[in-house]
Design a protein around this ligand. Structure first.
Ligand SMILES: [Zn+2]
Length: 494
């Protein structure tokens, strides 16, 4: 046995003491970071994903090479416009001759790392028909209990009951891989007044359960308050609310039925929040390193699909977002609920600066509202950084929302949403910022902003009893109960 003792007694105590000090330091730093910054939560979570995804990473490397080859053989865009000024990644002005195949030229700016949305899939999304459910009878006085577990069937029944109230509407807007219905729930007082629109989306990521039950609880409370409170009713006459409480019902039910799975994806192993055919999806500028969170095979999370817009859930949400952006003559504010540690994201660095400023302003007011009841552990804004949109990720629900709002169009040649300058589609890695080409900016709706709310804290992920208790306290402590009314007040301020 003595042969196995590697350090003498005195040294052993020193080593032990040093080990304990290092251990305590790491714990303290982790604790501090965890409470200050979601990036730590995201990192922990990414590690969990990575432990389960070694195969995906290996497969990914070979697919990336194939992608590179394919992109370089894409056919050129033909256009009547002969030239336009383009700003390169190095901020130098450069004139490009569009008749001489801009695609052949774009490799000096960047590349696409994900295939675009097929025309067939795009048309499928465009042509989706909604089915309205208008159940008979008086609504029952039901409540969401955030501490208990609900199956999707129970949430469906809850929504159907809400649709029995006047001015509440329930539409089936899509069907998932496993045959589940995707619903849109609306509170819309049809009084002929042009309204501002609040959109909320929840549980795009399967393991982030708070979004769905928060939305249903918020809607239920708002609908009931309007029955008795004239001031709430007045707000609803001027602001309409539309929500997809559960974007990813298949992933949700997979987690409930299989225990504690760490799954963001849908039943096909695609991360819906990377699958949108947005202006920034899978675009990598040459000057910026590839974001290594991207997975290139189906799995628990961060796989954007083999092609953008491939998933039924994505297609349903695309049509839904387009509908409200393009039919509203007022403001349209989108709040996408996730659950990664008490922060908000909203940066879309390529948007017109006026809209970036408006978004920041609204976000600050919402943050102080959420934080108004607590003295510490505040919700905080986390900047995306200037490389966002140019590092080969993107494709989120909010990315798609702002793409439509800003008037970007599906381009058949690139099979993705493009900004058109002088009538020619230009990849984001080439134009980088709309502010440089404002003369070509024709928004579909000039009053749209989007914000991601990461409901916290991190350990509430999943749907076990502890997670549900944390979610329940969070809802009360951070004023989620009155958030929708606060947003209406913000929108109605002149
Ligand atoms: Zn998420």
């Amino acid at each position: 046995m003595k042969n196995y003792i590697l350090v003498k007694h005195g040294n052993f105590i020193k080593v032990l003491a040093i080990t304990i000090i290092i251990g305590l330091t790491i714990s303290a730093l982790t604790y501090l970071k965890y409470n200050k910054n979601v990036k730590t939560n995201a990192f922990v979570y990414e590690n969990q994903i990575n432990q389960n995804s070694t195969k995906e990473i290996i497969l990914g490397a070979s697919r990336l090479i194939i992608e590179d080859e394919k992109i370089n053989t894409m056919s050129p865009v033909v256009s009547d416009n002969s030239s336009a000024d383009i700003v390169t990644n190095t901020n130098e002005q450069e004139t490009i001759d569009f008749n001489q195949s801009p695609i052949a030229d774009f490799s000096k700016f960047g590349k696409f790392t994900i295939d675009g949305m097929t025309t067939e899939d795009y048309n499928t999304s465009k042509n989706l028909q909604w089915t309205r459910i208008k159940p008979d009878g008086e609504p029952e006085d039901l409540e969401i209990d955030l501490t208990r577990q609900y199956t999707y069937k129970e949430l469906e029944d809850f929504m159907i009951n809400l649709a029995k109230y006047d001015n509440v509407y329930l539409d089936i807007i899509g069907t998932t891989e496993q045959g589940r219905k995707i619903y849109s729930l609306s509170i819309d007082y049809s009084n002929g007044v042009a309204k501002d629109v609040v959109l909320t989306t929840g549980q795009t990521h399967a393991l982030e359960f708070a979004g769905s039950v928060y939305i249903l609880n918020q809607y239920s409370e708002l609908i009931k308050q309007a029955q008795t409170d004239p001031s709430i009713k007045h707000k609803l006459e001027n602001v309409s609310y539309h929500a997809i409480p559960v974007v990813n019902p298949d992933g949700r039910e997979i987690i409930i039925n299989c225990g504690d799975a760490i799954q963001k994806s849908n039943a096909n192993g695609v991360d819906i929040n990377r699958n949108f055919n947005s202006i920034n999806a899978g675009q990598k500028a040459n000057s910026i390193n590839q974001n290594n969170s991207v997975k290139i095979a189906p799995g628990l999370g961060n796989f954007p699909g083999y092609t953008l817009g491939s998933e039924a859930e994505t297609q349903a949400v695309m049509k839904w977002l387009e509908t409200y952006i393009t039919t509203s003559s007022g403001k349209v504010y989108l709040f996408d609920y996730h659950q990664m540690g008490r922060v908000t994201y909203s940066d879309k660095p390529w948007r017109p600066s006026s809209l970036e400023n408006l978004t920041k302003n609204i976000q600050e007011q919402i943050l102080s509202f959420l934080n108004s009841g607590v003295t510490s552990n505040h919700y905080a804004y986390v900047p995306e950084g200037s490389t966002y949109g140019l590092d080969g990720v993107g494709g989120t629900l909010t990315d798609y929302f702002v793409s439509v709002a800003d008037g970007f169009k599906y381009n058949e040649d690139y099979q993705r949403m493009m900004y058109e300058v002088n009538g020619v589609g230009i990849p984001l890695f080439q134009f980088e910022d709309v502010d440089r080409f404002m003369e070509s900016y024709k928004p579909a709706n000039p009053n749209c902003i989007a914000m991601t709310i990461e409901i916290g804290p991190g350990p509430a992920l999943g749907y076990g009893p502890t997670a549900r208790n944390i979610m329940n306290n969070e809802y009360t402590d951070y004023n989620f109960s009155s958030l929708l009314v606060f947003i209406a007040d913000l929108m109605l301020e002149k």
